[in-house]
Ligand binder design. Structure first.
Ligand code: SF4
Length: 244
């Protein structure tokens, strides 16, 4: 989908790299099922091995846009009153506080989906934080220097704490193997106090069968720890497709 039909004649230089803007239903977390406009920023300070949006991280692509152009598109080409700002890493662009302020003033509910490694002071109604565990680090054979950079950047519990202190939040962990629970418990020790029901375990995978197999052991694990199971409904609804 073209992001904009008429590039602005403003002398301001557009410099937020946007991968896509589309309307769909939120498929993950506490607002699952909520009709939302998704703004996907491109560019990331991490390189997760399992990244399902490599076009925003490993090979970032998109269109440079002004905050005003993004807001116009959200308000005039779409109808939802919830916005999900995702990525890539949406806390990376310096324009993000201005974008959130403009959307909020227009009455939009704002969710930001972040890995929790960068802090900016901004308005956000739901900070959806997905800290990256050691299972996200790519092998050097694939990532070269990025293996070290990713490993040095991914663990920032003090940033997660600041985000939690300022916003309503949910903490979503991608879980691949049962043994990952030890890393999650260890991580939570660094950011306590946390409301356990706001901790969500989400299966790693983009195939329905893989997700169903993992649900068999993740759901009981959530009950045992007082966490919330987080299915990836958008994959059930639409498959693993861009723009959904
Ligand atoms: S933080 Fe998100 S966008 Fe960035 S590499 Fe990891 S999964 Fe991909």
């Amino acid at each position: 989908m073209a992001l904009q039909d008429n590039p602005s004649s403003s002398p301001e230089q557009p410099d937020m790299l946007i991968s896509e803007i589309y309307q769909s239903r939120q498929g993950e977390g506490s607002l699952t099922g909520t009709e939302s406009v998704f703004i996907r920023t491109s560019g990331c300070n991490l390189r997760c091995d399992f990244c399902d949006t490599p076009f925003t991280s490993w090979s970032p692509e998109g269109q440079k846009m002004l905050v005003s152009q993004i807001v116009d598109l959200v308000l005039h080409k779409h109808s939802a009153d919830h916005v999900v700002i995702t990525g890539g890493e949406p806390m990376l662009p310096k324009e993000m506080p201005d974008l959130c302020a403009a959307l909020s003033q227009a009455g939009q509910h704002i969710t930001i989906e972040t890995a929790g490694t960068i802090f900016q002071e901004l308005h956000c109604d739901l900070m959806s934080i997905s800290p990256k565990l050691s299972n996200s680090t790519p092998p050097e054979s694939r990532a070269g220097e990025w293996t070290r950079r990713h490993e040095a950047t991914r663990f920032r519990p003090e940033i997660v704490r600041r985000l939690i202190d300022r916003h309503d939040y949910q903490l979503k962990f991608v879980i691949d193997q049962p043994a990952d629970i030890d890393s999650i418990i260890d991580y939570l020790e660094h950011v306590q106090p946390i409301a356990s029901e706001k901790v969500m375990l989400m299966p790693q995978g983009v195939e329905l069968q893989t997700l169903a197999e993992k649900a068999k052991w993740i759901e009981p694990m959530c009950r045992e720890h007082g966490f919330t199971y987080c299915p990836r409904r958008h994959i059930e609804w639409y498959g693993n497709k861009r723009g959904t």
